[in-house]
Design a protein around this ligand. Structure first.
Ligand SMILES: NC(=O)C1=CN([C@@H]2O[C@H](COP(=O)(O)OP(=O)(O)OC[C@H]3O[C@@H](n4cnc5c(N)ncnc54)[C@H](OP(=O)(O)O)[C@@H]3O)[C@@H](O)[C@H]2O)C=CC1
Ligand SMILES: O=C(CO)[C@H](O)[C@H](O)COP(=O)(O)O
Length: 638
């Protein structure tokens, strides 16, 4: 482990060493010690009798403190209040490497300190000794000098800003797509930053230093490819943000960091880590008294630069200390509140981000299907489809994903649309699949999201799809259609599916909150998703205000939503029927329709499933005409 810094607040009696020392220790979250508590009894009696101590009296006292300083240095550091008036006393106290000792001298006039001492009661030090203290005082040399004729808050701020001149308040590891944007965002908010990127011979050389040189103001950022120097450049307790790829890289970086960290330091993992991995990391780091904030960040490269949506979960102490950086760089909602909020205990931040991405997967698939049917059933060009999407935006369906899809359709390469040049195999990094696994574990239905994952999987078997299409020779039909009513139905189907998808995503959040006892505030989660993130939309604004009134109700049961669904659901069924008949796969639109029809059916087909289970496996069933806690088995063959 790295060594802790000892901050020694010194000056004559009455200068405020104890008050300032305690406050500074609180700010830095390290222990406070008063040198007076280490006096041998003989010294206390001598001082109480009004006799000044001589250097022989002081020697065992200073030696005892010097030994304590060595101990505190191997732990997480400390703040010490000590008169230390003479240079030789200060030399005795400097029992550890100089770099770990910060001397802070409290400077006040005789009159000011005398008036403060007069106001003191029950203290063994008498005002008459002040003169000898001033006589003994040898002026400080290169120490931090703080004038005490101001409030305690101002004194602490001054000490902190002076200490901060040679340290950064925040460290960021990983200057990839997200790391670079977040670093620029943090700099724009005037935070003092150290950045680190690994060195890989001939591949990754001086990445951080080059990044620093590209910035307009290089005074507030320092770049490193040496991890120890990076850690040493940070103010303690440290806050270090990781923006590296999820999975093994996160553990590798944490393992490399650990030898240099001290207790109370905080690591923020801003990548898309799996929530269970975050839970494990939190436990492992808590054993070393290091805080961990598993933090979902959404907004892509541009969002990270201009203001993402941020979902931190984990140590509340760490959030209280380091959350200010995240809140400052996050996007702002319509009321100018930060789109960053403390989500809940360990793992919850990354769970919420995972569900965000699950909703994102289904919204993307919905847009892909909508584009596909407009292009190949309704025969629209990319430009016409872009215009249709824009008209939907103007009608109130505004969402980031709809906007970028409308935009990307206009991109050309020579005479061609770029969209036609892109291979139809969708990639994925896992968050959609993780959401599906979580839903299976928690027994939640997640059809729109899981079907979007499956659609990406099927898209991946491109060569087999080509072979199958040649064997089956199915053709899609594009009968002459009534443009206006088809596009109007599609718009309604799009809205209905999007509502169903959000209902499904929020149900997963609700169930996780109950099972893991996270007490998720769903309205607040929807609020921080109204800006900065990939799934920001008008619908999210509505969801946030609906959930504000009732955190427990399923979305599809809110009267406002019921009204919207009632006027759109027929169009959804209509579009799915038409599309499937015409030979188009509508994975998410169908999944949403099926979910909705099951969800709104008082009588489902599951009685047949129960009868089958009991028939072949004696799994028992409940009856509609008997109490719910009674189970029955039938001998079906007789
Ligand atoms: N891109 C996006 O839109 C979004 C991404 N995320 C998440 O943010 C995280 C970062 O993503 P992104 O910036 O896009 O990824 P990049 O691939 O652009 O950058 C990854 C960074 O991690 C570093 N890194 C990788 N492995 C190691 C290692 N073993 N030791 C040290 N450093 C390592 C890389 O260093 P080097 O340059 O040396 O390889 C690089 O700086 C991921 O978890 C991602 O899922 C979250 C929201 C949006
Ligand atoms: O988190 C994100 C946005 O919110 C990322 O863009 C995410 O990595 C996209 O996921 P995938 O690559 O699986 O499509």
């Amino acid at each position: 482990m790295n060594k802790g810094v000892i901050y020694i607040i010194y000056g004559v009696s009455g200068s405020g060493k104890t008050t300032v020392g305690r406050a500074l220790a609180g700010e830095l979250n390290i222990p406070f010690f008063d040198a007076d508590d280490f006096h041998p009894e003989a010294n206390i009696q001598k001082m109480s009798a009004g006799s000044p101590l001589n250097d022989i009296d002081r020697e065992p006292w200073l030696q005892k403190i010097a030994t304590e300083i060595i101990n505190w240095n191997t732990d997480k550091g400390a703040v010490l209040a000590c008169s230390a008036l003479k240079k030789k006393y200060r030399k005795t106290l400097e029992s550890i490497d100089k770099q770990y000792v910060k001397w802070i001298f409290l400077d006040g006039s005789f009159d000011l300190i005398a008036s403060r001492l007069e106001a003191r009661e029950n203290h063994f030090f008498k005002k008459t000794m002040l003169t000898s203290q001033f006589e003994s005082l040898e002026p400080p040399e290169n120490d931090i000098l703080i004038k005490i004729d101001k409030s305690i808050d101002k004194i602490i701020n001054e000490i902190k800003s002076t200490l901060d001149t040679d340290t950064s308040e925040l460290g960021l590891i990983g200057l990839g797509v997200m790391g670079k944007s977040l670093a620029k965002n943090l700099l724009s908010k005037d935070f003092k930053l150290s950045v680190y990127n690994r060195h890989v011979d001939q591949i990754e050389v001086d990445v951080a230093k080059k990044f620093v040189l590209e910035q307009s103001d290089t005074d507030t950022i320092v770049g490193f490819d040496d991890l120890k120097k990076f850690v040493d450049s940070l103010a303690q307790p440290r806050t270090i943000m990781l923006m590296v790829n999820a999975g093994k890289p996160v553990d590798l970086v944490i393992d490399e960091l650990l030898p240099y960290l001290s207790e109370e330091d905080c690591i923020i993992d801003g990548g898309n880590s799996h929530y269970k991995a975050t839970l494990e990391r939190s436990k492992r780091l808590a054993e070393k008294r290091i805080h961990f904030l598993g933090t979902g960040i959404s907004g892509g490269e541009e969002g990270a630069l201009k203001g993402p949506s941020i979902m931190p979960g984990g140590s509340k102490t760490a959030y209280n200390r380091s959350g200010k950086y995240l809140e400052a760089i996050a996007a702002k909602d319509k009321k100018k509140n930060s789109c960053c909020t403390y989500i809940g205990p360990e793992g919850s931040g990354h769970f919420v981000k995972m569900v965000h991405n699950g909703i994102e997967y289904a919204e993307m698939q919905l847009l892909a299907e909508t584009y596909h049917i407009l292009r190949f059933y309704a025969g629209k060009t990319p430009v016409q489809i872009s215009n249709i999407f824009n008209s939907w935006i103007n009608n109130g369906l505004k969402s980031y994903l709809l906007e970028i899809t409308s935009d990307l359709l206009l991109k050309t390469e020579g005479k061609d649309f770029l969209i036609d040049k892109i291979l139809d195999k969708a990639g994925q990094k896992g968050t959609g699949g993780w959401s599906t696994n979580a839903a299976l574990e928690l027994g939640v239905a997640l059809p729109t999201i899981s079907e979007s994952v499956m659609a990406r999987n099927v898209s991946g078997i491109k060569s087999e799809r080509i072979k199958a299409s040649e064997i089956y020779q199915f053709s899609t039909s594009s009968n002459s259609i009534d443009d206006t009513s088809f596009i109007s139905d599609l718009e309604k189907a799009f809205l209905a599916t999007s509502i169903i998808n959000h209902h499904i995503g929020f149900k997963l959040l609700k169930e996780s909150s109950e099972v893991y006892k996270w007490q998720l505030n769903l309205s607040e989660i929807a609020r921080i998703w109204t800006n900065g993130c990939i799934i920001r939309s008008n619908l999210m604004e509505q969801i946030s205000s609906l959930l504000l009134d009732n955190n427990d109700t399923s979305l599809l049961l809110f009267p406002e939503i019921v009204k919207t669904m009632k006027s759109n659901i027929n169009s959804l069924s209509e579009i799915v029927g038409t599309g499937l008949t015409a030979g188009f796969s509508l994975t998410v639109l169908s999944a949403a329709t099926n979910y909705f029809l099951t969800y709104t059916s008082a009588q489902s087909s599951a009685n047949i499933i129960q009868a089958q289970r009991d028939y072949f496996g004696a799994h028992t069933y409940q009856r509609v005409d008997k109490p719910i806690d009674e189970y029955f088995h039938t001998n079906w063959k007789n």
